[in-house]
Design a protein around this ligand. Structure first.
Ligand code: 13P
Length: 281
């Protein structure tokens, strides 16, 4: 099987006025959970894997193989996306291993350096038909080894976003409008006026990171205003851990492999719920 270019899926989402979820995977069973969810609802699946996730599946090659095996019998399009990559070299390695999409995250760099690094990845990826996501602005929270503390977070500036997209040629842009990576300590308030202002001047699909725990009405408001991909990691992990805890508390619980399919199904149900929330129109 061949992975779908993520750009095509995001363009489809744009046409339909919906968003596609992009779900974390760290193993064959977590990949299977999302693929079964997508197959049951007939919704394309985007996988996000940071380099930390890839290490758990045997590097980029192992991740490509794991996801392909899990997707062997599905008819829905599947995109495999490298999440929050900070170097040109790792983007190249993922593309060479078979990824259909990469995110080059230069958001911690000065503006001009972010543009130069992102442009370099685009120049390598586009002739090969690979989608590139860039990021501008900074989300508070933790994602793998990426840690941004409260005062260091910064929302995306619309005019900078316009210049960034024009000069880099990225296919989609991750924006910071008030979500956070990981569990929220205080309820989020998405900055929809800022999102509207970005969308007015940027002509590529917009991406929302930190999709976990964000109130559904705010998520759906962001979709109405141009968000086309929503990254979800913490909620998938929470569904997994909750199920382990629940099952082990049942009287007479035995430590055997029967627990694994139940945990996989808990992740699948969570993913189905998100997929339905994101295509609510
Ligand atoms: P959450 O863990 O908050 O869902 O964020 C995931 C994410 O944005 C990955 O890039």
């Amino acid at each position: 099987m061949k992975f779908a270019p993520m750009k095509e899926l995001l363009n489809l989402a744009e046409e339909k006025g919906i968003a596609y979820g992009a779900f974390v995977t760290v193993s064959y069973d977590s990949a299977l959970a999302a693929i079964e969810a997508g197959s049951e609802l007939n919704v394309p699946v985007i996988f996000i894997t940071g380099t930390d996730c890839c290490e758990l599946m045997g590097g980029f090659e192992g991740t490509v193989e794991t996801v392909k095996r899990a997707a062997a019998n599905t008819l829905v399009p599947i995109a495999l996306h490298l999440d929050h990559c900070r170097t040109f070299e790792e983007c190249v390695a993922a593309i060479n291993a078979g990824y259909s999409s990469v995110m080059i995250d230069g958001s911690s760099l000065p503006f001009e350096e972010n543009i130069a690094l992102t442009r370099k990845v685009v120049e390598y990826a586009h002739p090969l038909g690979i989608t590139v996501e860039g990021e501008l602005g900074k989300l508070v929270g933790e994602e793998g080894d990426l840690i941004v503390k409260g005062p260091e977070g910064a929302q995306t500036d619309p005019e900078e976003a316009r210049i960034f997209v024009e000069r880099t040629g990225v296919d989609c842009l991750a924006v910071s409008i008030g979500t956070q990576h990981g569990a929220y300590v205080a309820a989020p308030h998405l900055n929809i006026p800022r999102l509207k202002a970005i969308r007015e001047v940027v002509n590529v699909p917009l991406v929302l990171h930190g999709g976990s725990g964000t109130p559904v009405d705010q998520v759906q408001d962001s979709i109405r205003n141009g968000i086309r991909k929503i990254n979800v990691a913490t909620d998938v992990i929470t569904a997994m851990v909750k199920k382990y805890n629940e099952v082990t508390k049942v009287p007479g619980f035995k430590y055997n492999t029967a627990i694994y399919p139940q945990v996989k199904d808990a992740m699948k149900e969570l993913i189905k719920e998100k997929m339905n929330q994101f295509r609510f129109m």
